[in-house]
Design a protein around this ligand. Structure first.
Ligand code: PLP
Length: 394
């Protein structure tokens, strides 16, 4: 195949040549001093990336959902009531998960595309005395909304000081600001195939000290063998895992998180936000407005022009060599979800807009080719990240 498809979707994301080189290394055994050193360092680096230096970030073979499930089982007592705050497909997942384990669930929702109202979350908690936990998805990848997690956390803590706040940061980690301690979060989970720019296969889970302390006895928790976060924490502190870890992914995690920290995580968040805003501006100039009320830097969800079906535009983009995320559920016909998540630079982001221009032009939408690219360029070049990002590569 001479031409390469460009993956510009909100996960899995493109990975760097350096990561690919690590993944191609000869196999390493995990019960070795060499692996333990790298494993311990990768965990420490993850703790810095999550702004919780010195805390445990537990690595799990699996995905973001695996990590959420493990965090839930570690901290929510069987039978306890859960408040699930959601305004999209991924937020709804945590309501389904809690129900699957037999928990009574109180849903507090907003329309897809809207941001959750912190006051509504607080009201639901006040109306649910004894709720053990509230679940929330920070960056709702199905709608492109970045919920105001800091405000939700503060409102939730005031309304129900004892309820744990369990946060899905699957597409917000390493894409935008997440401050577990400062915001009073109790669990933060993510997966490898998003902001940390690796292939799928690893989940990450951080718990607050009060969440760890909630169910110290195994008998007080839902039984689970491979998802026992408490046991895993003990093993991982020693550089070990209970089950065989995805060794190549751990080696790559160590590398890529080291690079992110060296770049500077705040500069990285700014970069992703600036790129995403430029993409949204460029697509807006093509008649594809942002779908989200409060856009997440992780996903540029847009409506396609009326008269066109989103899958048709998606197919035309593929013919230009660009794969973006499709719309989800009832948004499938009207929205598309390109993304600057992962190993994506300004020219990759520009490619999203250029490909939309070609696709829409090919579909006879009457747009002016160049209008989106010009808007992108103006917005990006005016951004604070542009000067820093476009330094010569070394
Ligand atoms: C916000 C969010 N939560 C959860 C998930 C599920 O993650 P995983 O497929 O890694 O379990 C995704 C996947 O796209 C997501 O975007």
């Amino acid at each position: 195949m001479i031409f390469e498809e460009r993956l510009l979707a909100p996960g899995p994301v493109p990975i760097s040549p350096q990561v690919r080189a690590v993944l191609a290394r000869p196999a390493m055994h995990h019960r070795t001093a060499e692996f333990r050193t790298i494993f311990v360092r990768a965990r420490e680096r993850m703790a810095h990336l999550l702004a919780v230096p010195g805390d445990d970030v537990t690595l799990l073979a699996g995905a973001g959902t695996t990590a959420f499930e493990a965090a839930f089982l570690a901290s929510v007592p069987p039978g306890a009531t859960v408040v699930a705050a959601h305004a999209g497909k991924f937020g709804e997942r945590w309501s389904l998960l809690a129900r699957r384990y037999g928990h009574p669930v109180v849903d507090v929702s907003a329309a897809w595309g809207e941001a959750l109202d912190p006051a509504a979350v607080a009201a639901a908690l006040r109306a649910t005395p004894g709720a053990a936990a509230v679940t929330v998805t920070h960056s709702e990848t199905s709608t492109g909304v970045l919920h105001d997690l800091e405000a939700i956390a503060s409102a939730a803590r005031q309304a129900a000081p004892d309820a744990l706040l369990l946060v899905d940061a699957v597409t917000s980690l390493a894409a935008t600001e997440v401050r577990p301690h400062a915001w009073g979060l109790d669990a933060v989970i993510a997966g490898s195939q998003k902001g940390v720019m690796l292939p799928p296969g690893l989940g990450f889970a951080w718990l607050s000290e009060r969440a760890w302390a909630r169910l110290p006895e195994a008998a007080s928790r839902h039984p689970s063998f491979t998802l026992d976060l408490h046991a895993e924490r003990v093993r991982q502190r020693q550089g070990d895992t209970s089950i065989t870890p995805p060794v190549p992914l751990v080696l790559a995690l160590d590398l890529v998180v080291g690079e992110l920290l060296e770049y500077g995580i705040e500069a990285w968040w700014a970069l992703k936000a600036d790129l995403n805003e430029a993409v949204l501006a460029g697509l807006g100039a093509l008649g594809c407005p942002a779908f989200a009320e409060r856009p997440s830097p992780a996903v540029a969800a847009v409506r396609v022009p009326s008269g066109l079906a989103a899958p048709q535009v998606g197919d035309a983009l593929l013919r230009c060599g660009v794969r973006v995320g499709g719309g989800q559920d009832h948004l499938a016909a009207t929205t598309l979800r390109p993304s600057v998540l992962g190993h994506v630079d300004a020219f990759d982001a520009l490619t999203i807009v250029a490909a939309f221009e070609r696709a829409l032009h090919a579909l006879g939408s009457g747009i002016e080719p160049g209008a989106g690219v010009a808007t992108f360029q103006a917005r990006w070049l005016a951004s604070a990240s542009a000067a820093r990002h476009e330094r010569p590569y070394v």
